[in-house]
Design a binder for this molecule. Structure first.
Ligand code: ARG
Length: 398
């Protein structure tokens, strides 16, 4: 028998983490304290604390992390334009490092010796939690029961029932779902065949295009230094703004993503996401950057955005790499201030208007009408020098 452990378990109340409580007690001679982070997921159950205690936990914490999640994780990713492989706004991947932080905080407060989580050995989430915890508190050990116990779903249910657990599911759940305020992800079941169109039943934040309203909806979003601060002229907190946008965009069929993605653990997986607010905010933020950054800033930031997205996806949030990337991103956002007008219509989100006090778009330089201030005569000399290397090459080498 191993030494007595005090294990801090990341707990959702689902099958895996419920069964993990007695399993840890029996296999690690442990006491278990559960920690649940409310990051805005619909599924935070009011009775979670009671449920954890009934399943054998010593104590149970439920932490409202919504504001911290938005301000310290989601907003930096938006400013960085971090979208994994051009499709996934990284909701789950952004949530994990904050969960790791809460687990460590409770472990330090309670004198915990180990952290446990319900991730399997096949996904990215185990990497994010393990790397997060070991970077923040190298002295803590990490236990991932589902990586060790070799039980299938039926065996887990049997294991839990034998120990008198009230298990959340009895019938087979086709899908694995994860969610927080920035998005929802759905995988497995029929989605594992990449030829299958996602069935309508998997969606819960977005309506289908055929059910979306017949008329377009226009909204306006104000940004200050790269962050959204108001919707239709009304200042809103981050939580309210994201919630409202999830609703408005989702009810116009905006926010569905079908992504065949490259996992860190070396496999390709098919994931469906619903991220209405993220889709709208990234589109607006990008549109405002095109107004306020010079070409080289835009081009170079694209590389940094990819790095940033990979850094988040790969679980390296608590890294010097992020600190360095943040310094660059922060500097680019100084003048990303202004207003964007968006049209939501039948699943599409189109930017239809942009304005900024710092716009580099200059009407008098761009126009073809009589107010044109562009110096046409300097074009000829510019073009001569611009094309000179190629003219020279033709003369010397052809
Ligand atoms: N594939 C996504 C990611 O790695 C989502 C994973 C969500 N987990 C789940 N059980 N559905 O970030």
């Amino acid at each position: 028998m191993k030494d007595k452990e005090l294990v801090i378990l990341a707990y959702s109340g689902g099958l895996d983490t419920s069964v993990a409580i007695p399993w840890l007690k029996e296999n690690y001679n442990a006491e278990v304290i559960t920690v649940t982070a409310d990051l805005g997921q619909d599924s935070v159950d009011k009775n979670l604390e009671e449920k954890a205690l009934k399943s054998g936990a010593l104590r149970s914490y439920i932490i409202d992390g919504r504001e911290t999640f938005i301000n310290e994780f989601v907003w930096p990713s938006l400013r960085a334009s971090a979208i994994y492989e051009g499709q996934y706004p990284l909701a789950t991947a952004l949530g994990r490092p904050l969960i790791a932080r809460y687990l460590v905080e409770i472990a330090l407060k309670e004198g915990g010796t180990a952290i446990a989580h319900g991730c399997t050995g096949k996904g990215n989430d185990q990497v994010r939690l393990d790397v997060g915890v070991s970077t923040l508190a190298p002295q803590l050990s990490i236990i991932a029961p589902a990586r060790e116990w070799n039980m299938d779903r039926e065996q887990e249910i049997e294991y839990g029932e034998k120990r008198g657990l009230e298990l959340p599911v009895t019938r087979k759940n086709l899908y694995s779902v994860d969610e927080n305020i920035w998005g929802r992800s759905i995988e497995s079941g029929p989605l594992e065949d990449p030829w299958n169109e996602p069935p309508e039943e998997i969606y819960s934040w977005t309506c289908s295009i055929s059910d979306a309203p017949q008329d377009p909806m226009y909204i306006e979003i104000d940004f200050d230094k790269g962050l959204p601060v108001a919707l239709d002229g009304k200042s809103l907190s981050g939580i309210d703004l994201v919630k409202k946008l999830n609703f408005l965009a989702g009810s116009n069929g905006v926010g569905r993503i079908d992504h065949l993605e490259n996992r860190l653990v070396g496999i390709k997986s098919r994931e469906i996401y619903e991220s209405p607010a993220a889709i709208v905010l990234h589109a607006c933020h990008n549109a405002l950057e095109t107004m306020t950054l010079v070409k080289e800033q835009q081009r170079f930031k694209n590389f940094v955005s990819q790095q940033y997205a990979d850094m988040i996806y790969n679980g390296l949030w608590y890294s010097s790499h992020r600190r360095d990337l943040d310094a660059y991103i922060s500097s680019t956002q100084e003048y990303v201030t202004g207003k964007i007008r968006v049209k939501l219509f039948k699943g599409s989100c189109s930017v239809v208007g942009r304005s900024s006090p710092y716009a580099l778009y200059d009407y008098e330089l761009a126009t073809y009408d009589e107010s044109d201030k562009f110096d046409h005569s300097s074009a000829e000399g510019f073009i001569k020098l611009f094309g000179l290397p190629y003219k020279t090459q033709t003369i010397k080498q052809d």
